[in-house]
Write a new protein. Structure first.
Length: 755
C-alpha cells in the first residue's frame, strides 16, 4: 500500500521486471505524501545506440537490447522518489539531487504504458514525469525477452464473535441463604421488598477461523520472442506454497501470450506474497533471468462470514414466562434489568411456605445461558392469644377487746371491783363493753392462671421452637401444652389449621403484664420469627373472703352464753350490756365473775373480769346486860368467856345486847341491840331486838332462881355457863327474884370490809 496525499490509497499491481543491480524490484510498500502520473511526455524521444559501459543504460542494454530513461523534474525539493512502470517499482539512479530524479528501466511498449512517480515533498509546477529517451531494442526492434508477472492476493476467513452472559438477582434487603438471594415475607409486612434481576451480556472478543489465502499468478510475455519458463515459485511470507499452472515445466510461453497459475492455501499468514518466474535461454549472454512480482501485502480485510455479531437475549422465568429482553451488536456490552415487588399480602396465609423462582437468560444464537434463582419464604401467620385469670383469698382481720366499768369505778389489783355492803350502800351497776375493731385484711393464695393459644391458620405446618411465658418480664413460668388434648412438649410441629394450647398456673402476687413470646422456625435459622401477645394482670375481687362478717358471742358466769351480734368489714362495733349488783342478792365473800367475748369465726376472745366483794358478818356471842348493879359479870375460866347474869323481879326490862371481845368491859364490845324481858309470875318472855345492820343468828336464854344454870356431871351437880345448856326453870306462879341470862349469836358486818 502506498499512502498518497489526502490519505488516498492505491494498490500496486504486481508486474514482471528484470532484476538489475541498480533497480531491485522486491521492495516493501512505502508511504508517500504525493504522486505524479506520466501523461505521455517524451513518447517521441527514441534514441538508440550503444551506450558506454559507464552509462547507466549499458547494463539494461546488454540484457534486453533496449532501455527507457525517465526524468522527474521538480522545482521544489523532494525525497524518496520511486517510479512505478506498469506496476513495477524502480528506484532512482545517478545522478541524484533534491529536485531532479533519473530512472532507468527496460523498454516498455508505449501502447497502454502507465507510469507514476511517488515522492515526499510538495511538487511545484512545472513538475512532471517525462521519458528523456528510450530505445526499443537492437535497432531492429527485437527484444530478447520481456515478461510481466502479475498476481492477485485474496484472503478470506470467518469471524466468530464471543459473548458472555451473567445473571443475578438482588433484593432490597440483601438477604442470602445457602448462596441464594432470599426474600423473607413476614406476615406483618416488614419483609416486603423489591427484587431486581440484572442480565449482563458482555462482548468478549472474536475468534478468526477458516483462514484462506488464494489468488492468481499471471505471466505475460510482452516481448517478441518466446520465453522458456523453467519454474514458477510463490511464497507466502517467505514460505513456498503449492501453485497450479496446469502445465509442465519447463514450459514455453509464446510471445504475446500469458500463463495463469492459481494458488490456494488454508493458513493464516502476514507479510507479503511474492511470485518468482525463472526463464532459461542458452543463446543469450545471461542465460537465466528471474522475474518477480511486486511483493503484494497479505491483507486481511473484513471477514467473509461473521457469526453471532448481533445476538438476541431472551429470558424464561417462573414469574414472567418467556420474555425477549433485546439484542446486542458487537463490540457493545448490554445490561438488561427488570424487577418485581414482593409482598406478603400477595401470598397470604393460604399460600405461605417456600417458593423457588428459577430464572434463565439465554443468548438465543449461541445457547449460552445464565441462571438467577430467587427464593421467597412466605411466613406462616401465627396468631397468639392468651388469657390471664387471677384468684386469691382475702382474710379480714379483727381485734376484740372487752372491759367492764362500774359506777363507782373501784379497782383492786387491776380489776374493777364492786363492794357490796350489808347495809346496801355499795349496791351499784356494772357495764360491759365489747369493742370489735376492723384491722384491715390480708390477701393470700394469689394465683395467676390462664391459657395460651397458638393458632396455625395456614396451609403448612410450623415448627414451634420455643414459647416463653413471663409474668411481668420475670423468669419464664411453666406451661403445659397440648394439641387436640394430646400433651406435647416444645419444640414441636404444629400441623396446618391446628391450635397449640397451653395452660399455666403460677402462685404468688405479681403486677404488670403476662407476656408470651412464640418463636417459629421455617426451614432456616434466618426465618426464625416471633409472635407475641400480652395481657394485663388485673387483680379483681377475691375469690374467697374469710371473716368478712363475724359473729360475736359472750360467755359469762353471770349471763351464760349470749350472742351479741355481727359485724361486717370494714365497720367497727361496740356491744354493751350491764347488770345491777345488790348486797341482798349475794352471799358474803369475794366473787370473781369472768366474762369472755369471742369472735366465733376466728376464735379471738377478750376477757373482762369483774370482782364483787360482798360484806360478810363476823358472828360474835352477844350478852344481854341490865344497865344496873344487878347485872353480874361472869367469866368462864379456861375459855376467856364473859357475860352477864341479870337479877330481876317481875316487871318489864330492857337490857343492852353487847357483842365482841372484852372481859366484862363494854367499851371493848359492840352494842348490837337490846333484849326486852317481861317477867310475870310463873313466866318470862324474852325478845331480842337487833339493830339494823346486825344479824341475829342464834339465841340462848336462861331464866331460873339460881344464878347460873346447873347440870349434873356424873353424881355431882355443877354450875354451867355453856349456852347450849341454857334452859328456863321457873316454878309455876313464882314471882320472886329471878336470874336471867340472855345470850345471842349476832352477825356484825365485817368492819374491815371496803375499798
Amino acid at each position: 500500500m502506498i499512502k498518497l496525499k489526502k490519505e488516498y490509497f492505491i494498490t500496486i499491481l504486481i508486474a514482471a521486471a528484470v532484476v538489475f543491480s541498480m533497480a531491485p524490484a522486491a521492495v516493501a510498500a512505502t508511504e508517500y505524501s504525493h504522486s505524479v502520473n506520466w501523461t505521455g511526455h517524451g513518447s517521441d524521444s527514441q534514441r538508440c545506440g550503444t551506450p558506454d559501459e559507464d552509462d547507466p543504460r549499458y547494463e539494461i542494454y546488454t540484457e534486453t537490447g533496449g532501455w527507457m530513461h525517465w526524468v522527474f523534474a521538480n522545482k521544489g525539493e523532494s525525497t524518496n522518489a520511486t517510479l512505478v512502470v506498469n506496476g513495477v517499482v524502480y528506484y532512482a539512479g545517478e545522478p541524484l539531487n533534491a529536485n531532479v530524479w533519473h530512472f532507468y528501466t527496460p523498454f516498455y511498449n508505449l501502447t497502454g504504458l502507465t507510469a507514476t512517480i511517488y515522492l515526499n515533498g510538495e511538487p511545484e509546477k512545472p513538475a512532471r514525469l517525462v521519458i528523456s529517451d528510450y530505445c526499443p531494442g537492437d535497432g531492429n526492434g527485437n527484444i530478447s525477452e520481456i515478461l510481466t508477472v502479475l498476481k492477485t492476493v485474496n484472503t478470506s476467513y470467518n469471524l466468530t464473535h464471543s459473548w458472555s452472559i451473567n445473571k443475578s438477582v438482588d433484593t432490597d434487603n440483601g438477604h442470602e441463604h445457602n448462596g441464594f438471594p432470599k426474600i423473607w415475607l413476614f406476615a406483618d409486612g416488614s419483609g416486603n421488598e423489591n427484587a431486581t434481576w440484572t442480565v449482563n451480556v458482555n462482548y468478549t472478543g472474536s475468534d478468526e477461523s477458516d483462514h484462506m489465502i488464494w489468488g492468481e499468478i499471471t505471466i505475460i510475455n510482452g516481448g517478441n520472442v518466446a520465453a522458456n519458463i523453467t519454474s514458477v515459485v510463490d511464497e507466502l511470507a517467505g514460505t513456498p506454497i503449492f501453485i497450479d499452472c496446469n502445465v509442465t515445466f519447463p514450459y514455453t510461453l509464446p510471445a504475446g501470450e500469458s500463463l495463469t497459475c492459481t494458488y490456494s492455501n488454508s493458513t493464516y499468514a502476514t507479510g507479503f506474497n511474492n511470485a518468482t518466474v525463472t526463464t532459461f535461454n542458452e543463446t543469450r549472454e545471461v542465460q537465466n533471468l528471474t522475474y518477480t512480482s511486486l511483493p503484494e501485502p497479505i491483507t486481511w480485510g473484513d471477514p467473509d462470514n461473521e457469526f453471532f455479531k448481533t445476538i438476541n437475549v431472551s429470558d424464561l422465568s417462573d414469574l414472567f414466562g418467556e420474555v425477549a429482553l433485546g439484542n446486542v451488536t458487537a463490540p457493545n456490552n448490554m445490561t438488561f434489568t427488570y424487577d418485581k415487588e414482593f409482598a406478603w399480602d400477595d401470598y397470604g396465609k393460604d399460600s405461605c411456605g417456600d417458593f423457588v423462582y428459577n430464572n434463565t437468560a439465554t443468548i438465543v444464537e449461541t445457547g449460552q445461558s445464565a441462571d438467577a434463582t430467587l427464593k421467597v419464604n412466605v411466613q406462616p401467620l401465627i396468631t397468639v392469644e392468651k388469657t390471664v385469670d387471677t384468684s386469691y383469698n382475702r382474710t379480714h382481720n379483727w381485734s376484740i377487746d372487752k372491759s367492764v366499768d362500774t359506777e363507782k369505778g373501784y379497782e383492786h389489783e387491776g380489776f374493777p371491783k364492786i363492794w357490796l355492803f350489808a347495809d346496801g350502800s355499795g349496791d351499784e351497776n356494772a357495764t360491759w363493753n365489747v369493742n370489735v375493731t376492723y384491722e384491715g385484711y390480708q390477701d393470700s393464695g394469689h394465683k395467676v392462671s390462664g391459657t395460651i393459644t397458638i393458632i396455625n391458620d395456614n396451609n403448612v405446618s410450623v415448627e414451634i421452637t420455643s414459647a416463653v411465658d413471663e409474668l411481668n418480664n420475670s423468669s419464664p413460668i411453666n406451661v403445659s401444652w397440648d394439641i387436640d388434648g394430646t400433651p406435647v412438649t416444645i419444640p414441636c410441629t404444629l400441623p396446618a389449621y391446628k391450635n397449640l394450647t397451653g395452660t399455666y398456673s403460677e402462685n404468688g402476687y405479681v403486677e404488670g403484664y403476662n407476656n408470651v413470646t412464640v418463636t417459629t422456625f421455617y426451614g432456616w435459622d434466618e426465618f426464625n420469627s416471633t409472635a407475641t401477645d400480652s395481657a394485663e394482670i388485673v387483680w379483681g375481687d377475691p375469690n374467697n373472703e374469710f371473716f368478712e362478717t363475724i359473729n360475736v358471742s359472750d360467755l359469762s358466769e353471770l349471763f351464760d352464753e349470749v350472742a351479741l351480734g355481727n359485724v361486717t368489714a370494714p365497720a367497727n362495733a361496740t356491744f354493751t350490756y350491764d347488770k345491777f349488783f345488790a348486797w341482798a342478792n349475794y352471799t358474803c365473800g369475794d366473787h370473781s365473775f369472768n366474762n369472755t367475748a369471742t369472735i366465733v369465726e376466728t376464735n379471738q376472745s377478750a376477757d373482762a373480769t369483774l370482782k364483787v366483794n360482798v360484806q360478810c358478818y363476823d358472828y360474835e356471842t352477844a350478852f344481854a346486860k341490865l344497865d344496873n348493879e344487878k347485872a353480874i359479870c361472869f367469866l368462864d375460866e379456861g375459855f376467856d368467856r364473859w357475860g352477864w347474869t341479870n337479877n330481876i323481879t317481875p316487871g318489864n326490862y330492857t337490857m343492852e345486847l353487847w357483842a365482841a371481845a372484852g372481859q366484862c368491859d363494854t367499851s371493848k364490845g359492840t352494842l348490837v341491840g337490846n333484849v326486852t324481858v317481861i317477867y310475870t309470875p310463873g313466866s318470862v318472855n324474852v325478845t331480842y331486838n337487833v339493830t339494823p345492820g346486825y344479824l341475829l343468828e342464834e339465841t340462848h336464854v336462861y331464866a331460873g332462881t339460881s344464878m347460873f344454870p346447873q347440870v349434873k356431871v356424873g353424881k355431882k351437880t355443877v354450875d354451867t355457863i355453856a349456852p347450849g345448856q341454857y334452859y328456863i326453870s321457873i316454878p309455876s306462879g313464882y314471882d320472886g327474884e329471878l336470874y336471867v341470862i340472855a345470850h345471842a349469836v349476832v352477825g356484825i358486818p365485817d368492819p374491815t370490809f371496803g375499798p
